[in-house]
Design a protein around this ligand. Structure first.
Ligand code: NAD
Length: 690
């Protein structure tokens, strides 16, 4: 894991732990031993720490979090560097993240290659740096800049890092040679510059600037335990002696490792990575080449999906039934690109290049050249069948035929073609050019290579593809439907829209279901219920009154003069009361906790059924879908992880009670939930397999 090469008294220790040089127990032990040996070796005057591969060090091995620490832990290695009487220089060839940057910060100098990226992303896992990062970085670059870097977790490029003072130099030539020269110069000069020794007192202005930024961050996210810990740690860098402050940082870090928020965020991180592996789909499954795409429909979704292809450099033809709709759709896409260029998120050249990759056409015959066709026309089985029959005639052999349907049966769509093996669902989320999630729907006859190609393509489009099976609404919308139904029921039983929305935003969603419905348009759900059956007495009544939400100025709330946040409407509340009476439902008040239970437990129950039916391969896939497609708060880890933290016995007992109280059989706990509840189990246990 460590290779040592000596050059004229300079020992170069090269780290190698593919794929990302994570600082796991093995690499730590090798590095510690390598350092001890080199420092004790009388022929060695200085040491360079370099790395093999694309990265310097990608970070800690986070699978070790929560397990008993295995010596040597990183702080012990850094203490060895602190105690060294010979200079140690970091040669940062690529990304130095988390523990990797902390290692570099402890060295006596840092040289970076131009493509290197440096960052402390621990905040994203609910943690803070735990190996002196919160102490050395502020000492090197000042508290405000250091705090900003650790608060966003966003890595900075080598140039920016040099400007800030994180690295001493950006080396355009041979990095290792430059690092050896630098190390030799330090040894010649007898200098051992250490970040820990820099003890510059802050001016009152600097202190004030930092405190203002800290207060802002705490206000933005008052519940984020790690933000508060980060503020305390950075303050410590200026109020406490180094060793004391590092010990305090370590205590904060350890406490955060056990914090439920961090556990949930780490679960979400692992679940996302695991979702890339689809059981029964071997890694070496052949792929088909995708060089050209076609999208059917230039509506809300079609336009956004076409942008995803164009953004990834894949030429795409957008197909409509007539010139008018096509022109409108393409105009909207151009408008979105113009906006991005104006905001500076893409250059004008990039804007033009992307727009030029999108060609408009009328008639499905224009899909003939595409390697993949994504259909995003109206949500009607008749329309989809007609399109897929035609595609079967015109598409080239081997082309992948995907539908973006939200609810329809992908098997039935595939069945109208003579090539069901090439058909699957690619369910993008709105706005498709922004949302990361894509449910990749594997139909009964989808060929493994078609599924593998679609999953790869999803990643190429910079999305997060998750494989799911065929059922009404797949994973996300199927569970959402349970929440919507529970929301309507709650209205009739006495909770008001603003109370329900408040409980849901307090839980951590950015928007409550009724504000969301008003934003999306109440006509959408109403039409879909008309098509698929199902009633939502209050929402349907509102839609029938022409109250479609924000776009009509009225929905569950009233929107004065195009306002984006609504206010309560006595008319709606009277309508709810009348509807409840008509249904013979007695009204009472609900606490926020009761509201959350009423809304979320039925979703968890449906998640259990989805697992039993094999629609999702694992609970983590469901969590990944909800976090990335429906804005479920990541710090609650997704519905299935959250259910585990609540306790499945409690959820099963409450659902049994809800079923009895409402007479709704579908609320009866699913067999998997019942079994786990009885065993004291969790969805997250390996034995939870359905
Ligand atoms: P939309 O009404 O905005 O766009 C549909 C477009 O398809 C229209 O421009 C229409 O002219 C065009 N079209 C209809 N028949 C066609 C045909 N035979 N050939 C070519 N073009 C045709 O609808 P949308 O919201 O973009 O939804 C499209 C699909 O995506 C639906 O299946 C929907 O369920 C699904 N979907 C929508 C969302 C969403 O939030 N809007 C999210 C995920 C999936």
């Amino acid at each position: 894991m460590i290779q040592r090469d000596d050059h004229g008294g300079i020992a170069v220790l090269t780290l190698s732990n593919p794929p990302v040089n994570a600082l796991g127990a093995g690499l730590r032990a090798a590095l510690d031993a390598g350092l001890a040996e080199a420092l004790a070796d009388a022929t060695v005057r200085a040491v360079v720490i370099a790395a093999e591969g694309k990265l310097f060090v990608g970070g800690a091995d986070i699978s070790e979090f929560g397990k008993p620490p295995q010596s040597p832990i990183l702080p012990e290695i850094l203490a060895r560097i602190d105690g060294a009487s010979k200079p140690i220089v970091a040669a940062i060839n690529g990304a130095a993240l988390g523990g990797g940057l902390e290692l570099a910060l402890a060295c006596h100098a840092r040289l970076a290659a131009p493509g290197a990226k440096l960052g402390l992303p621990e905040i994203n896992l609910g943690l803070i740096p735990g190996a002196g990062g919160t102490q050395r970085l502020p000492r090197l670059i000042g508290p405000t800049a250091a705090f900003a870097m650790m608060l966003t977790g966003e890595p900075v490029g080598a140039g920016k890092a040099a400007e800030l003072g994180v690295v001493d130099e950006v080396e355009l030539g041979d990095l290792r040679e430059a690092a050896r020269t630098h190390a030799r110069e330090l040894a010649d000069a007898g200098r051992l510059p250490r970040a820990r020794d820099r003890d510059e007192r802050l001016t009152p202005e600097e202190r004030e600037t930092f405190e203002a930024k800290a207060a802002e961050a705490l206000k933005r996210d008052p519940q984020a335990t790690n933000v508060a810990a980060l503020v305390r740690a950075v303050r410590g860098a200026f109020d406490k002696p180094f060793d004391e402050a590092v010990a305090a940082e370590r205590d904060e870090f350890r406490a955060l490792v056990d914090d439920p928020r961090s556990r949930a965020l780490r679960h979400a991180f692992f679940a996302e990575r695991e979702a890339a592996k689809v059981p029964g789909l071997p890694k070496d499954t052949p792929r088909r080449e995708i060089a050209r795409a076609a999208v059917i429909g230039a509506g809300t979704m079609g336009g956004g999906i076409a942008m995803c292809f164009a953004n990834a450099g894949i030429p795409v033809t957008v197909i409509e039934t007539e010139q008018g709709a096509l022109g409108q759709g393409l105009d909207r896409v151009r408008g979105l690109y113009a906006g991005s260029a104006k905001r500076g998120s893409i250059t004008e050249e990039e804007r033009d290049a992307r727009i030029n990759r999108i060609t408009g056409a009328v008639g499905l015959a224009h899909a003939a050249e595409a390697d993949i066709v994504v259909e995003a026309a109206f949500e009607e089985m008749g329309v989809k069948r007609a399109i897929f029959s035609e595609l079967d005639r015109v598409a080239k052999p081997g082309a992948i035929l995907a539908t973006n349907t939200s609810y329809l049966d992908v098997n039935a769509i595939a069945a109208v073609t003579s090539r069901p093996q090439d058909v699957l669902g690619m369910h993008f989320f709105s706005p498709a050019n922004v949302m990361r999630l894509v449910e990749v729907v594997r139909a009964d006859r989808t060929a493994p290579e078609v599924l593998a190609t679609a999953l790869d393509l999803g990643r190429r489009l910079n999305k997060l593809p998750v494989a799911v099976g065929v059922c009404f609404g797949f994973v996300g919308n199927r569970m959402l439907e349970k929440r919507s139904k529970a929301g309507e029921r709650l209205l009739l039983e006495g909770a008001l829209p603003h109370e329900i929305d408040a409980a849901v935003t307090e839980f951590g969603f950015r928007m409550g279901p009724f504000a969301m419905g008003d934003l999306a348009g109440l006509d959408i759900g109403w039409r879909s219920r008309k098509d698929f059956g199902g009633r939502a007495p209050v929402a349907d009544a509102l839609a029938e009154m022409g109250r479609y939400g924000q776009k009509t100025g009225r929905g569950f709330y009233v929107y004065a003069d195009g306002a984006r946040t609504g206010t309560r409407d006595p008319e709606v509340e009277a309508l709810i009361a009348r509807t409840a009476e008509a249904h013979g439902i007695a009204r009472r008040s609900f606490t926020a906790d009761e509201i959350v239970a009423r809304l979320m437990y039925p979703m968890v129950n449906e998640g259990a059924r989805i697992l039993e039916e094999g629609i999702a391969a694992r609970p983590g896939d469901i969590d990944t879908i909800w976090i990335n497609g429906y804005n479920w708060p990541a710090w609650r880890g997704g519905p299935m992880h959250w259910a585990d933290t609540v306790g499945l016995d409690r959820i099963a007992a409450d659902l049994t009670r809800f079923a009895a109280e409402t007479g709704d059989e579908s609320l009866t706990p699913a067999p998997l939930l019942q079994r786990l509840a009885a065993e004291g189990g969790r969805f997250g246990d390996p034995r939870a397999k359905a």
